[in-house]
Design a protein around this ligand. Structure first.
Ligand SMILES: Nc1nc2c(ncn2[C@@H]2O[C@H](COP(=O)(O)OP(=O)(O)OP(=O)(O)O)[C@@H](O)[C@H]2O)c(=O)[nH]1
Ligand SMILES: [Mg+2]
Length: 486
C-alpha cells in the first residue's frame, strides 16, 4: 500500500500549489490530452524513491476567523483516509484563528503530522517559523510550494517513516540510459523475452458503487466460494484473489471487497478513491467498469484519468448491456467517445455480468493489453518509425527554426516509454506529440496501454560517454556524428 498524505490548511495557503508539485512528476510525461481533467483532489506522486498518494482539500471559502463547516468535514475525511498530514500555514500572513482550528482537527484526527510554513521563499526560516510553534504541532518547516523550496526535504522526512512493504511485485520497469546504451538493439529484445508466463498477472477491477464489479468478479472467478460485497465503513484495503485460467495465473485485486457469505447482509458499498488508487497502483492491468444504464459520470472520468496518469494498461467495460434498446446503446457509445477521448487506446467491451454475456472476452483482452504494455521496441525500429512520421508530417517551425527529432529508443515498459532525442523538443505542440504517439501505437500494436513520450535535448545521446563506450558503440557513435553533419 502506498502511504497516503493529506494536505490540509485554511483557504489560500497554497495546498493546491503543493499538490501540483507533488503529483506532476509522473504526469509530465503524459501529453496533455483533451478531456483529461487536471483539477483533482487525489493524485499519485513520486519525488524520491518512495511513491505515495496525495489528497488535496479545500477550495472552500472561509473567513480569517474560522473555517466553514463543509471544509471541516472535508478535512476530517481526508485525515481519516490518510497516513500522514501536512498542515499548511501561510508564512506571509502569519498565524490566524483558522490555522488554530485546522491544527485542532489535525491533533484529533491525523495519524502523523508535519507543519509546513508556506510562501517562505526569500524569508528567514527561523523568523517565518517562529510564531507557528504555538500551534503545538512540532517544529515548523519553512517551504515554498510555488518555488519548490525544501519540498524534497519535507517529503523525505515524511516518507522515511514509511517502509515500502509490497507483498506483490509489480513489473513497472524504468531503464536507465546507461543500460539502454549498453544493450543497444539486440539486447533489449532479449530482456523482454524473460519468462513472463510464470508470473501472476495482476488485474484490478475498479468502478463506482453498484456498477456491477461484484457480479463481474463472481463471474470471472466462476465459483460461489466467495461472495462479493463490501462492508460498510471506510476500509481502504482491497482484497487479492488468486485464480487460474488456461494455465495462466492471475491475481484479482478487488476494490469492492470480497467477504464471506455470512457478511452478505452488510451490502452497502462505500466508494473510496484511495482504495481504487491503491488497486491501480498494485495492478498491471486495470478493468474499469461503467454502468451502461447510468452512462459516463464525472467520477468515472476522474478515475479513468488517474488510471491513464499512472500509466496502467486498461480495459473499459460497459456493464448491464442487457435490456438496453439500440437507441440507448448508441447514446452510451457516443457518450464514451465524447467524454473520454483520451481513452481511445483502450479496448471497450460491452458485457452483461448478470447473464455472463461477453465476460469470456475479458481475460483475452487483458492479455492483449498486458502484452502491449510489455512490448519491446528496438532503437532501429523506433528511429525508423520516427523518421517516417516526420516525413509524412513535418515537425512545426518554431520562430523560424524547425523542431528536430533525431533518434528514438525505448526508455521503459508498462507503460511503454519512448525517449526521443532532438532539439527544441519542449516547443513541440501537444497535437504533434499525440500524432507521434498514435503512429507508434499503430506500428507497434500498442492497443490497451498508455504510451509515454519523453524528450531529451542534445545533439548526440552518446556525447560525453566516450571513455566508457564499447568498440561497437564507438563505431555507432561515429556513424551518428557523420549522419548528423549531413
Ligand atoms: N509567494 C508564494 N505564493 C504561493 C506559494 N504557494 C502558493 N502561493 C499562492 O497562494 C495562492 C493560493 O494558492 P492555492 O494553492 O490555490 O491555495 P489553496 O490552499 O489550495 O487554497 P484553497 O483551495 O482555496 O483552500 C495562489 O495565488 C498561489 O499562487 C508560495 O510558495 N509562495
Ligand atoms: Mg486548493
Amino acid at each position: 500500500m502506498l502511504p497516503v498524505i493529506a494536505l490540509i490548511g485554511r483557504p489560500n495557503v497554497g495546498k493546491s500549489t503543493l499538490f501540483n508539485k507533488l503529483t506532476r512528476s509522473r504526469e509530465a510525461l503524459v501529453a496533455d490530452y483533451p478531456g483529461l481533467t487536471r483539477d483533482r483532489n487525489y493524485g499519485f506522486g513520486k519525488l524520491g524513491p518512495i511513491p505515495y498518494l496525495v489528497i488535496d482539500t479545500g477550495g472552500v471559502a472561509g473567513g480569517e476567523e474560522g473555517i466553514e463547516e463543509a471544509m471541516v468535514e472535508q478535512t476530517i475525511i481526508a485525515l481519516q483516509e490518510a497516513d500522514a498530514a501536512i498542515i499548511m500555514v501561510d508564512g506571509r500572513s502569519g498565524l490566524t484563528a483558522a490555522d488554530q482550528h485546522v491544527a485542532d482537527l489535525a491533533r484529533r484526527h491525523a495519524k502523523k503530522t508535519w507543519l509546513a510554513v508556506n510562501k517562505a521563499e526569500g524569508l528567514d526560516s527561523a523568523i517565518a517559523n517562529s510564531e507557528f510553534h504555538a500551534l503545538g504541532l512540532g517544529n515548523p518547516i519553512a517551504v515554498s510550494a510555488a518555488h519548490g523550496d525544501r519540498i524534497g526535504a519535507l517529503m523525505d522526512d515524511i516518507l522515511s517513516s514509511f517502509t515500502l512493504k509490497e507483498e506483490l511485485e509489480v513489473v513497472d520497469e524504468k531503464w536507465d540510459q546507461e543500460l539502454i546504451d549498453e544493450l543497444d538493439n539486440e539486447g533489449i529484445e532479449n530482456l523482454h523475452e524473460k519468462g513472463d508466463e510464470d508470473r501472476n498477472l495482476k488485474i484490478a477491477v475498479i468502478g463506482r458503487p453498484n456498477v456491477g464489479k461484484s457480479t463481474l468478479i463472481n463471474r470471472l472467478l466462476g465459483e460461489d466460494r466467495l461472495v462479493v460485497f463490501d462492508k460498510p465503513g471506510t476500509t481502504r484495503d482491497s482484497v487479492s484473489v488468486p485464480f487460474e485460467r488456461n494455465n495462466r495465473k492471475y491475481i484479482l485485486i478487488d476494490t469492492a471487497g470480497i467477504r464471506r457469505k455470512a457478511r452478505v447482509h452488510e451490502a452497502i458499498e462505500k466508494f473510496s478513491i484511495i482504495k481504487a488508487l491503491q488497486a491501480i497502483e498494485r495492478a498491471e492491468v486495470v478493468i474499469s467498469v461503467l454502468d451502461a444504464h447510468v452512462g459516463v459520470t464525472e467520477q468515472d472520468v476522474s478515475l479513468l484519468g488517474l488510471v491513464m496518469e499512472r500509466g496502467r494498461a486498461l480495459i473499459v467495460v460497459m456493464n448491464k448491456w442487457d435490456g438496453l434498446q439500440s437507441e440507448a446503446r448508441k447514446k452510451v457509445r457516443d457518450d464514451l467517445e465524447r467524454r473520454l477521448p483520451f481513452l481511445d487506446f483502450a479496448e471497450r467491451i460491452t458485457i452483461s455480468a448478470l447473464y455472463g454475456t461477453a465476460v469470456g472476452d475479458l481475460l483475452p483482452a487483458v492479455e492483449r493489453a498486458y502484452a502491449a504494455a510489455m512490448r519491446g521496441m528496438s532503437t532501429t525500429e523506433l528511429t525508423r518509425e520516427l523518421k517516417s512520421a516526420i516525413m509524412a508530417h513535418p515537425t512545426p517551425l518554431v520562430r523560424g527554426r524547425r523542431v528536430k527529432l533525431r533518434y528514438a529508443h525505448q526508455g521503459g515498459r508498462n507503460p511503454p516509454v519512448i525517449v526521443i532525442h532532438g532539439n527544441q523538443t519542449e516547443r513541440l505542440p501537444d497535437s504533434y506529440r499525440r500524432y507521434l504517439i498514435n503512429r507508434f501505437r499503430k506500428v507497434f500494436k500498442l492497443t490497451g496501454t498508455p504510451v509515454r513520450l519523453s524528450f531529451k535535448k542534445g545533439k548526440n545521446p552518446y556525447a560525453g560517454r566516450r571513455n566508457t563506450l564499447t568498440p561497437r558503440q564507438e563505431r555507432k557513435r561515429k556513424r551518428l556524428i557523420k549522419r548528423d553533419k549531413k
